[in-house]
Every structure is written in structure tokens, then in C-alpha cells.
Ligand binder design. Structure first.
Ligand code: PLP
Length: 358
């Protein structure tokens, strides 16, 4: 365990009453922080009361979006214990995001220790209602004041916690999604789509607003070159089951390599389903929807876990999937992933990391 100073709050906040229907409306009492400059590298690792941060108006994060984040979840088990789910993989991805945005890597062991320690200190914030979790958000920002465009020489790294319930207002039921040709989330062949960079989320906002205005929950992102091949759905990786074949798009340089995607592929391989990773043409999906071969469609991600798609709309045409109901494979995956996450099933892959009780 890395040692760093802890300053506890003198005014703990009241806990939210019921987090099961909300997502991120409250934040824990404490946060982890450390700073970076070229002389000292990362330094001053510490835990402090949760607070606002102050920034130079011309900070690289403010002007040029030099910011990345990652997010994993912690779960409270029936025995009261808490563990984080695959936190190391999230930290590895954070360092890949950092490299893409010219930011300095963090020490993965130190950051894992910080995540565990912070969750331990704020353990009263880890909810226990069914379907709830503590979201552990890591963020790195460029803090140097800059008028020219270049990588910042100084950075701040933060971890903070938020108790969360269901990502979608309507809970875990099937959602309506809209395939958009007009807008793209991330550019192929050299963009930053594989990084969990704030700029990708800014780029996604308008399409999301337009989809919501049309009564859809999420955008189905198509590739930036042909505007044909499925990439992701909202902030999730996408899967379809067509004529018995389970398929997800291959990881290119415009798709975020999701941890839940990897967990789902691992489980389905173990179940003998031989999921394919190959390009999926939207025309293929719509044709399958028309002739009844589109059996199931779903998104996977830390926030919403496994989220069924009930209806897909493309060029004004809508197809219902499994009659708009949750299909058997989606249900099986949801049950298996959540059983692993909540500690209700054995953990053969070593995906759970216990939060120490000391
Ligand atoms: C754009 C995008 N795709 C996919 C995912 C799913 O990734 P993960 O399963 O690691 O949460 C996320 C969420 O983190 C995301 O923001």
C-alpha cells in the first residue's frame, strides 16, 4: 500500500435517500488528488474533503480540452463487504488515453491503492439497494495556462465517488435508439475515439440532444467514413444477435475498448456462443429486423451494465427487436455480469478487488 496523507472532512454531508433511480446526483465526502510538473513528476498524492477546484482561465483543459477520465464501479455485497470491479483494467485504459492526449502516465499501483483507500474512507456512500453501486471516477486535466496549442506542462489527477442507481430514467428495460448518419462520435483513421477523452463526449452531445427530441434514448453511432458500419450506442459498446450469430464491431481506432464489452465476450465465449468481432452494416441489421432474423440487440458499459435495445430507427424506418422486450441472451448476460459484480457468483477471472476493511 502506498502511504499518502488523508485530511478528513469536518462536515460530512447527508446521504441521498434513495439512489436506485438516480445516476450521479451526489458526491462522496472526500477526493484523491495529485499534481504533476516536469521537475517533480506526479507528487503531493493526498486525500482531502471533496471540493471545487480552481483553474487558470487559459488552462489547457479549459481551452483545448486536454482532459481524460475513466470510471469503474464498486459494489456492496450481501455480507456488507465492498469490492471494486476490474479496476486495474480501467487504470490501464486511463494510461492509454493519457498517451493519446500527450499526458503523463500514472503509477497504476498507486492509483489502485488510492481508489481502494478513498472507497474505504467514503464507505458509508456505497449504497446497498439492489441495482446500486459506487461509481469511482478518475480524471486527469492539463492545468497550465496556455494561449498556444501544445501539451500542458502541468496536470492534476483526481478521483471522486458518486453513488449511482439506474443510468436510464426508465430503469433496465429496452430502449429506443436512432441510427444517425448526419453526425459522428469519433473519426476513423487517426481520431481519438479509443481514448476516454472529454472531447469525444462534447462531440456526441448534439446528436444526443436531437435523438432525445425525437423520443429516442440513445444514438446508434455509425462509422465516420461510410456512415454504414455500427460503432457504439450512446456511451456503450454494441452487440447484435442476427440469425443465431452474436456479433460486435471489431475494435478500431474510433471505438472505446469497453471493459464490460470484454467481460461480456469472455462470458459468451465460455458459454460456447463463439461471438464474432466483425464489421456490421446497418443495412444488414435493418434487413434482419424486417425478416425476423434480428433476435437481440444490446449495449454494454459500466454505467448501464447490459442494456437491451427494443426498437431501432434508421432513415425513418423502425424495427422492433424481440417484440420490444428483453431477450433471453440479454437477460442471461445481465444476470451473469451483475452476479459477478455483486459478489453473488464465484469469480474465476479474479475481477473483484476487495476494499480493505481496516
Ligand atoms: C463511448 C463509450 N463506449 C463504451 C463505454 C463502455 O466502456 P466500459 O464498459 O469500460 O464502461 C463507455 C463507458 O465507459 C463509453 O463512454
Amino acid at each position: 500500500m502506498h502511504a499518502f496523507p488523508v485530511r478528513l472532512t469536518e462536515s460530512p454531508k447527508p446521504l441521498p435517500k434513495d439512489v436506485s433511480k438516480s445516476f450521479g446526483d451526489a458526491y462522496g465526502d472526500h477526493m484523491f488528488l495529485m499534481d504533476y510538473d516536469r521537475e517533480r513528476g506526479w507528487h503531493d498524492a493526498r486525500i482531502e474533503p471533496f471540493r471545487n477546484i480552481s483553474l487558470h482561465p487559459s488552462a489547457a483543459v479549459v481551452q483545448y480540452a486536454q482532459t481524460i477520465f475513466d470510471g469503474s464501479k464498486g459494489y456492496r455485497r450481501a455480507d456488507g463487504g465492498i469490492h471494486l470491479f476490474r479496476p486495474q483494467v480501467h487504470v490501464e485504459r486511463l494510461n492509454r488515453s493519457a498517451a493519446r492526449l500527450c499526458m503523463p502516465p500514472v503509477d497504476p499501483d498507486l492509483v489502485l491503492d488510492a481508489m481502494l483507500r478513498l472507497t474505504r474512507i467514503d464507505s458509508r456512500w456505497v449504497p446497498s439497494e439492489p441495482g446500486t453501486a459506487i461509481y469511482v471516477r478518475q480524471t486527469m486535466i492539463g492545468t497550465e495556462g496556455l494561449m498556444v496549442v501544445r501539451p500542458s506542462n502541468t496536470y492534476t489527477f483526481m478521483i471522486f465517488l458518486s453513488p449511482v442507481g439506474s443510468y436510464y430514467a426508465q430503469g433496465a428495460g429496452p430502449v429506443r435508439i436512432l441510427a444517425t448518419e448526419a453526425r459522428v462520435r469519433a473519426a476513423a483513421n487517426g481520431g481519438i475515439g479509443t481514448a476516454k477523452a472529454g472531447a469525444n463526449y462534447a462531440a456526441s452531445l448534439l446528436a444526443g440532444v436531437e435523438a432525445h427530441a425525437g423520443g429516442f434514448s440513445q444514438v446508434l453511432w455509425l462509422d465516420s467514413i461510410h456512415r454504414r458500419y455500427l460503432e457504439e450506442v450512446g456511451t456503450m459498446n454494441i452487440f447484435v444477435k442476427i440469425g443465431g450469430e452474436v456479433v460486435t464491431p471489431p475494435l478500431g481506432d474510433s471505438i472505446l475498448p469497453g471493459v464490460t464489452r470484454d467481460s461480456a465476450l469472455t462470458l459468451m465465449r465460455e458459454w460456447g456462443l463463439a461471438p464474432s468481432e466483425r464489421p456490421i452494416d446497418i443495412e444488414e441489421v435493418m434487413a434482419a429486423g424486417r425478416d425476423g432474423r434480428l433476435e437481440e440487440m444490446w449495449g454494454v458499459g459500466t454505467a448501464a451494465v447490459v442494456s437491451p435495445v427494443g426498437e431501432l430507427t434508421y432513415r425513418g424506418e423502425s424495427v422492433a427487436i424481440n417484440g420490444g422486450r428483453t431477450g433471453p441472451l440479454v437477460q442471461r448476460l445481465y444476470d451473469a455480469v451483475t452476479a459477478l459484480q455483486y459478489g453473488k457468483a464465484p469469480d474465476p477471472y479474479g475481477w473483484r478487488v476487495d476494499v480493505p476493511t481496516e
